[in-house]
Design a protein around this ligand. Structure first.
Ligand code: CO
Length: 395
């Protein structure tokens, strides 16, 4: 066993270079635990490689293994390298020589782009989540583009694995009956995607109806998790499933990287008024002052800015009746018209919002009062508020 730091460094260098035997050896070392495992893990994590992590769960008999095989084929076809961690509650020991592995490996014999490892879920120190996370880190260090973690059941293991992956898929089948009720308490809440496998069998509609009924009772993001149908044995629906996974996984991986976090601020509150001259009196009574007044010709509006701390009130007076603010006043009267968020960069965000299908009120970034770049997001996508995004001006 390697206890000298150099040994794990060398092993990681070999597996990072694509040596599959080193990968297998490293996974065994990780499962052995102790200082050698910790050392190896640290060396793997130091590489900062990250795969798309997919969690697949569901009751026994749902056809998960067949579905995972189809997913692997799809990824291989797309040129991706794949790691699979199969958590098997019936395995007495953990290791790579389980019967399940051999059966499953047959389809991928001779393909170094697929690495499959079974893990026992019983008697694992620190729980399956920690162990799967470590094995996952080794596979990522080895440059696997995608890691699939397959679990069986509806318990705490699935919930802990869900915290580890980018996308959690819950696989259901027709004829599950009361089993769906038992899933509710366990993994309904952590599912990002529902898959009805064997969807050509009678009862597929009933399962779907039950999922939708349950979603309406859960007040979390799960309520929005899409329901897809597959027939894993023939591969039907797998392309659509993988598209949805890629879409969701990319969002989870990319969104936090946008230069927004920590720099978001309320830039201003837009208030529609019939007359700025009349409305400003009240605000001036409060001690606020108009610092900038200007006409934005293309919006047919006159604006007055009154700073409030690091934010502002923006009074908006229409210069024409048939304008955005003019129509707003006619329909709703004076009042709060929009809320504006200040963001660091609008270009990345604009592209991302379009990709995500957020309804924008304009098809391009506009230039408004003070030369600020801005865009509006439709109330339909924001919970009923017209939301303006204003780009921060860098001096
Ligand atoms: Co505004």
């Amino acid at each position: 066993m390697p206890s000298i730091p150099n040994e794990s460094t060398e092993l990681v260098a070999r597996l990072a270079g694509g040596d599959v035997r080193s990968l297998a050896r490293a996974v065994s070392l990780i499962e052995g635990g102790g200082p050698p495992a910790q050392e190896l893990l640290a060396a793997c994590r130091a590489l900062h490689r990250r795969a798309l992590r997919i969690g697949v769960t569901g009751a026994p008999g749902a056809g998960k293994s067949t579905l995972v095989d189809r997913m692997v084929r799809h990824l291989r076809h797309a040129g991706q390298s794949v790691g699979v961690i199969a958590v098997d509650p019936s395995s007495p020991v953990s290791g790579g020589a389980l019967l399940g592995d051999r059966i499953r490996m047959q389809g991928f014999t001779g393909d170094d782009g697929v690495f499959i490892r079974s893990m026992a879920s019983r008697g694992v120190a620190g729980g399956i989540g920690a162990n799967a996370a470590s094995v996952c880190a080794v596979m990522e260090a080895a440059g696997r583009n995608t890691v699939i973690i397959e679990t069986v059941g509806v318990g705490q293991d699935e919930v802990s694995v869900a915290g580890l992956v980018d996308v959690t898929i819950l696989v259901l089948v027709p004829g599950m009956g009361d089993d769906i009720q038992s899933l509710k308490a366990g993994v309904m809440e952590v599912a990002d995607l529902f898959v009805i496998n064997k969807s050509d069998q009678p009862g597929a509609e009933k399962v779907e109806a039950e999922i939708l009924a349950m979603q309406s009772l859960i007040a979390t993001g799960t309520a929005c998790a899409p329901v897809l149908k597959t027939i894993a044995s023939s591969g039907e629906g797998v392309d659509q499933l993988m598209e949805e996974i890629a879409r969701r996984g990319q969002r989870d991986l990319v969104l936090p990287k946008l230069p927004l976090a920590g720099r978001l601020a309320i830039d201003h509150l837009g208030i529609a008024v019939r007359s700025i001259a009349a409305a400003r009196c009240f605000y001036e009574l409060l001690g606020l002052h108009v610092t900038a007044e200007e006409i934005v010709a293309h919006e047919q509006v006159k604006t007055a800015m009154l700073p409030v701390g690091s934010s502002r009130f923006e009074l908006l007076e229409p210069t024409a009746e048939d304008s955005t603010i003019g129509r707003f006043l006619a329909k709703r009267g004076e009042g709060l018209h929009h809320i504006a968020l200040r963001v660091a960069s609008l270009d990345d965000l604009f592209a991302r919002l379009q990709e995500e299908g957020v309804r924008l009120a304009s098809d391009r970034i506009k230039i408004g009062a003070g030369g600020h770049r801005y865009l509006f997001i439709h109330p339909q996508s924001t919970g009923g508020v017209l939301l303006e995004l204003v780009e921060e001006v860098t001096a």
